[in-house]
Design a protein around this ligand. Structure first.
Ligand SMILES: [Zn+2]
Length: 274
């Protein structure tokens, strides 16, 4: 009897440690995809040659840029020295070409007199962006919500843009058209890094830091309801839809970044954390 009990105890302990050393992944392996993972008892996590941040519960996050290609190797080393490997091979992803005409000329090729203002705004944005990626906390581990209710997707993520016939950078966010004044919510927990007022291209916008290099942007807002440095919760109202900056009509431009990688917000919404 004693033997059976000790054998059972052994099996139980084995299962317990095996469970503690497993890695759970959530997300889509595609260019623009975001992967959230949990590996309790992990010590070091690397993706190719980069070390990733993780919190004390083992949460970590990484993503693939819009134009990412090939295979990424993830290595998770646990506190007991065991190592788990996982390979992520990205499929090819095709993006639409989107032509937008009738944009005010000043938004396609800004006049010289606006250069200084645009450069100043870029500097402010860079400064605030540089604060992101310094936090080990996984604020995003509470999960994600859509930042608006309803609306129509007026421009998908990643499309190659031709504005008034001039080829421009690809669309790095998701545009959702809604009536002005519609509430805009934080996609997950985070710290407000920037509340921009009337920027040339982006209008009024909010930049949130979700920890470990994950951030989100909410552009062209009519109003904002948050302050820089404030902690916001998933689903908290941070602003209202508007058409400030370069916008052809009221809509939310929502973008998600992991460090410098452009993430498809649509892939974020498919992540259901258990
Ligand atoms: Zn947009």
């Amino acid at each position: 009897m004693k033997r059976i009990l000790s054998a059972l105890l052994f099996v139980f302990l084995f299962l317990l440690t095996a469970k503690a050393q497993s890695v759970k992944y959530y997300g889509e392996v595609i260019p623009g995809g975001l992967i959230v993972a949990k590996a309790p008892e992990c010590e070091i996590v690397t993706l190719n040659d980069d070390t990733l941040k993780h919190d004390s519960r083992g949460w970590f996050v990484f993503g693939f840029d819009r134009d990412a290609k090939g295979t990424f190797l993830l290595k998770v080393k646990f506190k007991n020295n065991r190592v788990a490997f996982k390979r992520f091979t990205l499929p090819h992803r095709k993006y639409r070409i989107q032509r937008i005409n009738h944009l005010k000329k000043k938004y396609v090729t800004p006049p010289k007199r606006d250069y200084k203002r645009i450069a100043q705004e870029r500097k402010i944005k860079q400064e605030k962006k540089s604060l992101i990626g310094k936090i080990d906390s996984a604020f995003y581990s509470v999960g994600f919500v859509r930042p608006v209710k309803g609306g129509r997707i007026s421009s998908p993520f990643g499309s190659q843009r031709i504005l008034n016939g001039v080829p421009k950078a690809p669309h790095n966010g998701l545009d959702i058209a809604l009536p002005p004044g519609s509430p805009v919510y934080a996609m997950t927990d985070g710290i407000v890094r920037l509340v921009a007022k009337n920027f040339y291209f982006s209008g009024n916008f909010v930049l949130l830091d979700h920890g470990q290099g994950l951030s989100s942007y909410y552009l062209h807002l009519r109003k904002t309801f948050v302050k820089e440095g404030q902690f916001v919760h998933k689903g908290q109202k941070i602003g209202e839809v508007g058409s400030t900056g370069r916008a052809t009509g009221p809509h939310l431009h929502w973008s998600v970044m992991w460090y410098k990688n452009r993430i498809d917000p649509g892939t974020v919404l498919k992540i259901k954390l258990k």
